[in-house]
Design a protein around this ligand. Structure first.
Ligand SMILES: NC(=O)c1ccc[n+]([C@@H]2O[C@H](COP(=O)([O-])OP(=O)(O)OC[C@H]3O[C@@H](n4cnc5c(N)ncnc54)[C@H](OP(=O)(O)O)[C@@H]3O)[C@@H](O)[C@H]2O)c1
Length: 306
């Protein structure tokens, strides 16, 4: 299906880009990755897997243009904005980088651009830069008139394993109330979905597809984590005092309450189009197992959701 065509993957040393690169390779595509540090451990592992590395940076348009030569497809992802200069990029940078990749894809005749956004995008202003910038990038991608597809992942299962949420002391907290449902997706499923999209450019052109693999309540997290840990892990929503002190967490909880951050994907319909998608339990006993084990053993830490 891939027929010796090349897809340029941004962010291949990260979660989504890494999963997309792996899934594309498995489907027989030639994969090129723009990386900041070709000598780094993650980049070297990509090269060993057969990925062609192009040194570059989102801020260096010449490096992006060079990497785009003769590519069929581009997968565009940017790191989350708004985490400050040490951990991330600014809102303005996220918007600028996402638009520039789309502009250069148009200028260099890329046949299919896939941009990964977020489930909360396109649903009105949220007040959170890393959601609202994606709405702006989506609009820009659509305005260019090139063949493109936008995926909007819900919250990653991987994010549930970040430090500070209590797995290590048996009392887990997250954004939803115990009886409230949120949708999640395993990063590997994002990779497989995007690879399927590249294999059907005409079928998926012009579409914006919200993607999720499972719907879980707070109590569902409690049950799944307790079963996987072999001991009781209780669940509570983040305390009101924390939501009041931490503007990001407070706003995320509001967006779960109003539905925008909870996800509203028809998962059976998505499965019909993209095949099997991992439930949280399946992820916990597979790719998520090492992350779950280290989260159980970690001690302390502060909540650092992105
Ligand atoms: N977490 C969630 O639940 C969730 C849900 C939906 C959407 N999202 C969105 O997903 C996005 C993050 O995706 P991810 O988790 O796959 O990211 P990630 O794992 O943080 O990876 C970011 C990638 O971008 C690369 N990168 C960073 N700055 C760069 C630059 N200046 N030039 C070139 N490459 C650069 C990094 O390369 P290096 O290896 O060189 O650092 C890395 O490969 C965010 O926009 C977030 O809002 C997250």
């Amino acid at each position: 299906m891939a027929d010796e065509k090349t897809v340029l993957v941004f962010g291949a040393t990260g979660q989504q880009g890494g999963a997309v690169a792996k899934a594309l390779l498995a489907e027989g595509w030639l994969v090129r990755a723009l990386v900041r540090d070709p000598a780094g451990t993650k980049a070297k592992a990509l090269a060993t897997a057969g990925i062609d590395l192009c040194p570059g940076d989102f801020s260096d348009h010449a490096s992006i243009a060079a990497a785009m030569s003769d590519v069929h497809g581009v997968f565009s992802v940017q790191p989350s904005s708004g985490q400050g200069p040490v951990h991330g990029i600014t809102d303005e940078q996220e918007l600028r980088y996402g638009k520039a990749i789309a502009d250069l894809s148009a200028a260099y005749g890329v046949r299919h651009l896939v941009y990964t956004s977020v489930a909360a995008a396109g649903k009105g202003v949220t007040g959170l830069g890393h959601f609202d910038m994606k709405t702006g990038i989506e609009e820009h991608v659509r305005s260019l008139g090139i063949r493109s597809t936008i995926v909007r992942p819900v919250t990653f299962m991987e994010i549930l394993m970040l430090p500070g949420m209590g797995l290590d002391h048996g009392t887990y907290s997250f954004l939803m109330r115990p009886d409230q449902a949120m949708q999640f997706i395993a990063v590997d499923d994002i990779g497989r979905i995007v690879a399927t999209i590249f294999s059907g450019p005409d079928r998926f052109a012009g579409r914006t597809i919200e993607i999720a693999g499972d719907t879980v309540t707070g109590r569902g997290l409690q049950d799944a984590f307790s079963r996987a840990a072999g001991r009781t892990i209780t669940y509570n929503r983040f305390p009101d005092s924390l939501l009041a002190q931490n503007p990001l967490l407070g706003r995320l909880a509001e967006l779960v309450d109003d539905g925008r951050c909870a996800g509203a994907v028809d998962i059976p319909a998505l499965r019909e189009e993209f095949g099997k998608l991992l439930s949280l339990e399946q992820w916990l006993s597979g790719a998520g197992q090492p992350l779950f084990k280290s989260a159980l053993e970690a001690s302390g830490g502060t909540v650092a959701l992105r």
